[in-house]
Design a protein around this ligand. Structure first.
Ligand code: NDP
Length: 441
């Protein structure tokens, strides 16, 4: 079999889907900003289309926002500042899963040093500030619309860069001849727009620096943390107080962000790293979609007319939901990972041994449903939306979007596993019939 087989099945309805997502999702995050930006927003986010239509900036205005030189300088400093830190901060070296040519890539895992460095920097800035005023956070809050457009354009150019690089042959170790790059199974259709969107090369790298892992957990995730903080900062400096709802959203999402960054080695076995190519879908998803759509709740709560005080009872209920979700999400992912590494052999868990040598766990969390980890993750999503109260469905966008993403991911993963494990997967489905929610679906 060839190292890089031609893509036969196209995701997202092929080219029309790729074009639709490329145009639609940047428009959606821009829309979110227009309805949560004090300059444009309608009182309390009234989704009256006529009122919104009257407030949409003209094309010329949007162009000005998209090419604001200060915002480009700020974004490039942020992105390449993190690249430099990624290079210099120490970390352990871990190997990823075996690739189709039998080799394994080595990844530098320095999430702990990176988080410490960023938190130290924020703490130092707060300490040196007068009345907790941080000009960087004020700049971020005031320029959200520009920064959305800038990060979207940047992700577009990055996707073009990795797409073009995917055609440049790699030099072999002794410098003679060339060797083939490993392409994504989904991104070798031959249609340039589709392959650019879905990601042609599986693991684009500059030397040993892995662009995909860096984008997955650094510039977007950490920008999300800063956007949330900028909302808190804005509320404090405009009203003199901070509400418990906004503190709660900041705290729960910061917990999730640091959990992801600190457990980055878990990423090495995730579908994004092992199977998906790096194209516009992931580049935009990591750099623009994630920070600017996941911060919607904080941006909504930061608007003066949406100030919301929850009280202890509501906070306790939401925090409980969050930690129940987190417990399911974390312990099920850990159980699968420990099981696969042979750390749970003494527990004699029920499992199916497949022809590939891998075992499919049918016990513990993984006896309840095929993706019980998705359910925990979805509960966490609810705990981020509930602090916004029930004034608008807009702030519940995340749980609807994420539920759809997880359903789609489950179908993709099932297709992959059915192909990989054949009759063993059929046996597994008999033993564990529910896909995500035990006894329901
Ligand atoms: P899973 O962690 O469920 O991993 C699926 C893979 O695990 C399969 O492809 C298969 O791989 C292996 N596997 C499946 N069933 C079993 C079993 N019974 N026993 C042993 N191995 C099995 O999926 P994801 O990688 O999609 O998700 C990982 C986590 O990331 C989830 O908790 C998810 O919620 C979260 N996530 C969060 C996102 C966000 O934006 N917040 C986005 C996407 C995911 P193999 O080929 O090795 O057998």
């Amino acid at each position: 079999m060839s190292l890089n087989p031609k893509t036969v099945h196209r995701e997202f309805f092929g080219l029309p889907g790729a074009i639709g997502i490329t145009l639609g999702l940047p428009t959606l995050i821009t829309f979110f900003e227009l309805v949560t930006n004090e300059k444009y927003s309608v009182q309390g986010i009234n989704l009256d289309l006529d009122t919104i239509a009257n407030q949409i900036p003209s094309f010329a205005e949007l162009k000005q926002y998209a090419f604001d030189s200060n915002c480009w300088k700020a974004y490039l400093t942020w992105f390449f500042g993190l690249v430099v830190l990624d290079f210099i901060l120490p970390g352990k070296r871990l190997q990823g899963v075996a690739l189709r040519d039998g080799t394994k890539l080595t990844y530098k895992i320095n999430g702990l040093a990176m988080s410490g460095c960023l938190l130290g920097l924020i703490a130092a800035r707060v300490y040196a500030s007068e009345d907790y005023y941080l000009p960087e956070l004020a700049f971020l809050y005031a320029n959200k619309l520009s920064l959305i457009l800038v990060s979207t354009l940047f992700s577009f150019f990055l996707a073009v860069f990795v797409y073009v690089c995917a055609f440049i042959p790699l030099r072999t170790a002794n410098g003679k001849g060339t060797s083939e790059r490993i392409l994504s199974i989904n991104g070798n259709s031959g249609n340039p727009i589709y392959d650019w969107f879905i990601g042609r090369e599986l693991n684009p790298r500059i030397g040993s620096w892995d662009i995909k892992l860096f984008c997955e957990l650094r510039p977007g995730m950490l920008l999300w943390l800063l956007i949330n903080l900028s909302c808190l900062h804005h509320q404090y400096h405009t009203t003199g107080t901070v509400t418990d709802s906004l503190i709660l959203v900041n705290a729960l999402q910061a917990f999730y962000i640091f959990d992801g960054v600190l457990n980055e080695e878990g990423c090495l076995t995730m579908m994004d790293i092992t199977t998906d190519g790096f194209g516009f879908m992931l580049s935009f998803g990591d750099l623009a979609w994630l920070p600017w759509s996941y911060s919607l709740q904080a941006r909504y709560l930061a608007l003066p007319e949406n100030k919301l005080v929850l009280g202890r009872l509501a906070i306790s209920a939401i925090v409980t939901l969050h930690f129940v979700g987190y417990y399911i999400f974390h312990s099920s992912n850990k159980q699968k990972s420990d099981f696969r590494q042979g750390k749970l052999d003494h527990l004699n868990f029920d499992s199916i041994k497949t022809h590939t040598g891998s075992k499919l766990l049918c016990d513990g969390w993984w006896g309840l449903s095929q993706h019980i980890n998705y359910l925990g993750d979805w509960f966490i999503g609810w705990s981020w939306c509930l602090p916004t109260g029930f004034q608008t469905p807009l702030t519940y966008f995340y749980v609807i979007y994420f539920g759809t993403l997880l359903l789609h991911r489950q179908v993709r993963d099932e297709d992959k596993c059915r192909q990989k494990y054949g009759k063993y997967w059929v046996e597994y489905e008999k033993r564990v019939p529910y896909k995500i929610i035990p006894y329901l679906y």
